[in-house]
Design a protein around this ligand. Structure first.
Ligand SMILES: Nc1ncnc2c1ncn2[C@@H]1O[C@H](COP(=O)(O)OP(=O)(O)O)[C@@H](O)[C@H]1O
Ligand SMILES: [Mg+2]
Length: 242
């Protein structure tokens, strides 16, 4: 068996006295997209924040075999983990170009070719203040920032939230491209997008892993989807798409 890029064992998070993660156990195999799924409030974003050391966690979190728990966030990011947070947080007063420049890491030749190929609009709007962009364009900036650096694991939190279908497709294109070069752990509610991009699925419920399987197996199982996520089965590529 290949060594997982990421392995969580008994990861617990307690914030202000309340238990948010109750012992997460899961592994992310190298390459491709692993989808982290679950209803609202079950701990998906907290899991990503625990991996990054943004919230204090106990247990074991291995990145490429090394325990990274307790390390400061900047060291975790430097060791090769990129993060696109749920709230996008671009610098509203800065231009698109300045937002991207801030993501440059020392000693790295930033990969603008891929960014401009996938998001040509960012090149056209490079002098525009990020605060005047649409939500979709801001999401492109947030994704572009992590694409500039050669991370070996990307943690991406609900990148299509609130986006129009055309933009969801564009974000999907970017995820597919990212996953050709690196490993992606993706929190996503849009199940047709999960079907398109994800190889594996991990489902959380109230701070625990309740299901792990190939994504296609989960998405094809109406009973499981209903019990784990409270949604109906997802139409295949030939079925009706919303
Ligand atoms: N900083 C915090 N302080 C207190 N409770 C929090 C904090 N962050 C998240 N929570 C709680 O932890 C639970 C999991 O949150 P979250 O990880 O954001 O869920 P998800 O991303 O799956 O929607 C929720 O009940 C949320 O209210
Ligand atoms: Mg969340």
């Amino acid at each position: 068996m290949t060594t997982p890029v990421l392995r969580l064992a008994g990861v617990t998070v307690r914030i202000a006295g309340s238990h948010i993660l109750h012992g997460i156990d899961c592994s992310v195999a190298p390459g491709g997209v692993t989808a982290l799924l679950g209803r609202n409030g079950v701990g998906k974003s907290t899991t990503l924040k625990a991996i990054l050391g943004i919230v204090p966690a106990a247990g074991r979190i291995e990145f490429e075999g090394q325990d990274i728990i307790g390390r400061p966030t900047h060291r975790i990011v430097r060791s090769g983990i990129g993060y696109v947070p749920e709230d996008r947080d671009v610098f509203a007063g800065l231009t698109v170009a300045q937002n991207l420049e801030l993501a440059h890491q020392p000693g790295v030749d930033p990969d603008y070719d891929t960014v401009h190929e996938l998001f040509p609009e960012l090149l056209e709007r490079r002098k525009q203040r990020a605060g005047t962009l649409s939500g979709g364009q801001q999401q492109m900036v947030a994704l572009a920032r992590v694409m500039l650096n050669p991370a070996r694991l990307l943690l991406i939190d609900e990148p299509t939230k609130g986006l129009a279908p055309k933009l969801v497709e564009q974000v999907g294109d970017a995820l597919v491209r990212m996953a050709e070069h690196t490993t992606v752990l993706l929190v996503e509610q849009n199940l047709p997008l999960v079907r398109r991009v994800a190889r594996d699925a991990v489902v959380l419920d109230t701070g625990r892993v309740v299901h792990t399987s190939p994504a296609a197996d989960l998405l094809a199982d109406e009973t499981l989807l209903d019990s784990l996520l409270g949604v109906a089965a997802v139409p295949g590529p030939g079925g009706a798409q919303r």
